[in-house]
Design a protein around this ligand. Structure first.
Ligand code: PLP
Length: 385
């Protein structure tokens, strides 16, 4: 049976679009800067192994994952480029990191010391990137005593500081004043290090929003995530470049039912038909990441026409009103987001209906469903969930 028929509800990943988006990053940052592709959370739900292979072929220098376990999966798949582990030592050991040649982020003195001790015992030096918190308020050493901390970490002979980086809290905002403040804190520290003769090979700060809209933050390496997957970090940035959506999600109608006016639909009876209606059942629900917040708010696309989600999204089913589409039949394709031959439904719009962001829907749906990979429109790989 053909994969498209076997999997009625599926994610389709367009590897050609991924390559296109990588080229857009390259065009913005120029040939000399290194690109670290963020492939954490199974490449934002697109499949870390397939995505990493494609991006390495396109020229990615390094990858970033959240945990060592994610990094080990990449190594086991034969991926050899440098891999940055953003959560550092969490849930892993220095030995494990060294065995798999993973580069941990260091954000606490105790993890630096643990790594140092293990590296010296093994007669090695372990490469690390040091994270500075310049205003994100998440991981990282606070920037103020940053100089002393970095000097202390540099004194640990088992460690080699290959990178120093920070992460922006709102580079996607049109008002860049806080991003500029974060940048000045980061640059200030880098300059003071330089004054003391300390040169860290890789400095980095730019996520997708900064890559598109804040070039002073490029340094010599950039860290795109969401833009590689074809999503604009903010709608206002859309005129700046053309990204191609990489993921589309498809399902099909499994039942059609004509119901009278006054008929209630789904749990809690939150939707009552106002006239005779035709309701279609779709085999996807919140168990596969199709958010329950889309109940009575979402839209899907059938033959290029929008149909409203009616009633509550259930665990593995949802309902749409197709009264205005007399031609539809059981088995017809339904697009939940992305594009097909008949039209396009933007994930940004779907996310707004669900009161969330594209990142969350990509991760939750992408990781739950079978994924079919396409290059130049041809199916090249299938990954069962
Ligand atoms: C440290 C770090 N750098 C870069 C990124 C990529 O961000 P974006 O997907 O907005 O490009 C992330 C993602 O959250 C991150 O945590």
């Amino acid at each position: 049976m053909q994969a498209e028929q076997k999997w009625s509800t599926r994610v389709e990943v367009d590897l050609s679009a991924l390559g296109h988006n990588f080229k857009q990053v390259r065009q913005l940052v120029g040939r000399k800067r290194k690109i670290l592709a963020v492939v954490k959370a199974d490449a934002y739900g697109h499949g870390a192994i397939q995505v990493s292979r494609e991006l390495i072929a396109a020229g990615a220098y390094m990858l970033a994952v959240a945990t060592a376990a994610e990094g080990i999966r990449l190594r086991q798949a034969g991926i050899e480029v440098p891999v940055l582990v953003l959560l550092g030592l969490l849930d892993s050991s220095p030995k494990q990191l060294m065995r798999h040649d993973l580069t941990p982020v260091v954000y606490t003195a105790s993890s630096a010391e643990k790594l140092d001790e293990a590296a010296r015992q093994a007669g090695k030096r372990i490469k690390v990137h040091v994270e500075l918190d310049t205003g994100m308020g998440r991981l990282g050493f606070p920037w103020k005593p940053g100089l002393e901390i970095i000097q202390r970490v540099m004194g640990l002979t088992g460690l080699e500081i290959e990178g120093l980086f920070t992460h922006f809290a709102e580079a996607d905002a049109q008002d860049k004043s806080f991003t500029k403040l974060q940048l000045s804190r980061f640059e200030g520290l880098a300059a003071r290090l330089k004054d003391r003769g300390i040169e860290i090979p890789l400095l980095h700060a730019a996520n997708s929003a900064a890559i598109i809209d804040f070039y002073p933050a490029y340094f010599n390496l950039v860290r795109p995530g969401i833009m590689l997957y074809g999503i604009m970090p903010d709608e206002a940035l859309r005129p700046k470049l053309t990204l191609k959506p990489v993921m589309r999600v498809k399902t099909k109608i499994i039942q059609l039912k004509k119901v009278p006016a006054g008929h209630s639909i789904s749990y809690g009876r939150t939707y009552i038909t106002s006239a005779e209606s035709v309701i279609a059942t779709l085999p996807i629900g919140y168990a596969a990441g199709y958010s329950r917040a889309l109940s009575n708010r979402g839209r899907a696309l059938i033959g290029g026409v929008r149909v409203p989600v009616v009633g509550r999204v259930c665990m593995d089913m949802s309902l749409v009103d197709v009264t205005h589409l007399p031609e539809v039949k059981v088995g017809d394709e339904v697009l939940l987001w992305g594009d097909n031959d008949t039209g396009f439904l933007s994930l940004g719009e779907v996310a707004a209906w669900a009161d969330t962001i594209a990142y969350e829907l990509l991760c939750s749906v992408g990781r739950s469903l079978p994924r079919l990979y396409y290059r130049q429109g041809k199916l090249v790989e299938v990954q069962a969930p």
